[in-house]
Design a protein. Sequence first.
Length: 340
Amino acid sequence: MTPLRRRLLILLTAGLLLAGLATGVVLHAAARADRANQAQPGGPAVSTGKLTLDQKGRLTFLNAAAGPHRTAVASVPSTDTGGGRTASDVKCARFYAAAGTGVCLQSNPGVLKQSNRALLLDADLRTRRTFPLAGTPSRARVSPSGRFVAWTVFVSGESYASAFFSTRTSILDTRTMKLTPSLEKFSVVLDGKPYHASDINFWGVTFASDDDTFYATLNTANRTYLVRGSLSRRTVTTLLQNVECPSLSPDGTRVAFKKRVLSRTDLWREYVLDLGTLKETALAERHSVDDQATWLDNRTVAYALPADGKVGSSDLWTVRADGTGTPRRLIAGASSPAPL
């Protein structure tokens, strides 16, 4: 055998070995993914069934339990949240619904880049319109009437705990399909004076029942503010500092929010603010809550906390809104609650 043929044979053999190794890695990864998607023994019972957003007395959420229905929009009876859950075929990274209107934020990894989009859903979870997102899904809300939908994405950074992050918050009128791409186009009044800055970020919209007023977080100069906004006037006005991810109570009198309790740590506690007096009440939950809470009724709020020992999963917890009582786990393996 000539030296040239010997070198060619060595190169061919090495190529076959590398190809075999790559195939093995892919098959091993696929096997791990299959195991991860199998329902875990002792986990919640999840079945496919008819799920609509106009069913009264049910609580919708994203199923975070391991199995083929992971990240699917699911629901349980409000009076039996620990029972079997019904899952749809719609999967989301963030979800919310009200008055028969739903919004589903999806994040689909691709070969070259991640594809993010918002789906406007009707009561039967059918897609009415699709909107491309400028970044990674973060927050989603629907107004009580179902007319307006809001979503927030991370344009840079991946969490509110990041040293540097930028968000973009959009609002959609579902009647006219007019999209406000960014709240940063709204006029800002800070401490009673017009305010302009290049570092303004908004996130965590929550709507009042008048289809005009909304509340949100404004971030600028390393400070966060609760703002009250008007859709018709395209303005926002600051109300209070150190308020993030507000959620308006059904009666419109209070806002649940997360408050940074140590300035140099990523530690938040859940509070409720009386909008009439601006009095804050610390809730009984002592864990750090990095979520936009949801009011189940005028007395209780729900929020997601990381599930013990389950990477990437979360449980829904609930606590009284007056600062009394003890937190209790509402639904294991769940996030993004929305009472119907």
